[in-house]
Design a protein around this ligand. Structure first.
Ligand SMILES: Cc1cc2nc3c(=O)[nH]c(=O)nc-3n(C[C@H](O)[C@H](O)[C@H](O)COP(=O)(O)OP(=O)(O)OC[C@H]3O[C@@H](n4cnc5c(N)ncnc54)[C@H](O)[C@@H]3O)c2cc1C
Ligand code: FES
Length: 366
């Protein structure tokens, strides 16, 4: 007599159908919440859920900076050193999204990654992350992104020029690219104690992995491009990555362009370059029903979030188009160029709300 062994593949559709039926019944029982909502409560980091992370620890770095250790959900994909992640966090009941460069070592075995945040005066998210957030807090995440990374073909000689929190993407690279053998790092901070990762950078220098030039601006002032060129005489032979305040990046871009080596300089900006401002106006969010007065120098995205309007956003500096919304009527000004975009009633001209300010009254379809 031969026994009939069920084919495993035949069992799968039946199981799936059974699971779907159970879920449908569960949906009826648990309405208005869906079973997925309950699963989110039990296992918010599970595969298939919206990507989240849990803050495991906040580790002080300096008087105003801290490293935040995050355990990402199962669907998190490995980042490339130098990239950033967008984090959505509720501050005083308002969901805010900000970008932070990933600073951790890819070799971590606990599945976590870190970002390192410097609290800026009046900054909502940075102060919350550095001073208030508690381990166990859930945050929303996007997959890591960004092009401020080393090329596959590593440069024979590298120069990093950073200031303040601009060290973060570079630390991500230094921790993960021990194969770089000829590295100069020129870093500026107000004092030695304000250098984020100061002890680790000095250790790397002591081991001969990098040549470290620390500029303590409270006592020694800011470095100009000429001074950097004197400190690094072979600058033209080096591929250079720079991250820091807008003014510093512009100075470097001008110097590198004048020296004919603009293509050897890669920069990462934490905020957009605002060139032109003008009169503001009343911004109306037509679906939401909110109207607010916005200044001519304030991005519509910031003004809306300030008023509690939940807005789509991304990099917040004009790169990713994650904040684009239709302008139905009125005028907005691009803060980077001064260009004014107008819409007649019924139009739907797409505008980037993170780099556009009201230029008179305007209706945004949101
Ligand atoms: C690609 C990218 C990577 C980033 N990586 C890091 C990082 O690794 N570590 C880090 O600390 N920050 C990083 N930032 C900056 C970060 O996203 C936030 O802009 C910063 O934390 C301020 O947010 P906030 O909510 O505290 O300030 P807000 O409440 O948004 O702003 C408060 C005030 O500060 C001004 N402001 C906003 N951002 C800055 C800034 N960066 N510097 C000075 N003034 C500012 C605003 O114009 C406003 O007047 C990155 C930004 C980008 C685009
Ligand atoms: S948020 Fe990225 S372009 Fe506006």
């Amino acid at each position: 007599m031969t026994a009939t062994v069920p084919r495993p593949t035949a069992a799968k559709p039946a199981l799936r159908a059974l699971r779907d039926r159970v879920l449908r019944v569960a949906e009826l029982v648990t309405t208005p919440l869906l079973p997925a909502d309950y699963l989110d409560l039990v296992d918010p980091l599970r595969s298939g859920a919206a990507l989240r992370g849990r803050i495991e620890a906040v580790l002080p770095e300096t008087r105003d900076a801290a490293t935040v250790l995050i355990r990402p959900g199962s669907d998190w994909q490995t980042h490339r050193p130098g990239q950033y992640v967008r984090i959505g966090i509720d501050v005083d009941g308002v969901r805010m999204w900000r970008a932070y460069s990933i600073t951790s070592d890819l070799g971590r075995t606990d599945g976590c990654f870190t970002v390192t945040v410097k609290a800026i005066p009046g900054g909502k998210v940075s102060n919350h992350l550095v001073r208030s957030v508690r381990p166990g807090t859930l945050v929303h995440l996007d997959q890591a992104t960004g092009e401020f990374c080393l090329p596959e073909q590593r440069p024979a000689k590298a120069l990093f020029v950073t200031a303040g929190s601009g060290i973060t993407p570079v630390m991500g690279m230094l921790r993960n690219h021990p194969e770089l053998t000829d590295v100069v790092l020129v870093h500026s901070a107000p004092t030695a104690d304000d250098v984020v990762f100061g002890a680790e950078l000095r250790q790397l220098a002591a081991e001969g992995r990098i040549r470290l030039v620390e500029q303590h601006t409270d006592t020694a002032g800011m470095l100009d491009a000429g001074a950097i060129a004197e400190l690094v005489p072979d600058l033209a032979e080096r591929a250079t990555w720079a991250c820091g305040p807008v003014g510093m990046l512009e100075m470097l871009e001008q110097h590198w362009a004048a020296a004919g080596i603009a293509d050897r300089l890669y920069t990462e900006r934490f905020r957009p370059k605002v060139l032109v401002t003008g009169e503001g106006g009343t911004v109306t969010f037509t679906k939401n029903g909110t109207s607010l007065e916005a200044g001519g120098a304030t991005p519509i995205l910031d003004a809306a979030e300030e008023a509690g309007v939940l807005m789509p956003s991304g990099c917040r500096m004009g790169i990713c188009y994650g904040c684009v919304l239709p302008l139905r009527e009125g005028a907005v000004r691009d803060l980077r160029t001064g260009e004014v975009t107008t819409a007649a009633p019924g139009d739907g001209v797409l505008v980037q709300t993170c780099v556009s300010a009201a230029a008179g009254a305007c209706d945004i379809d949101h």
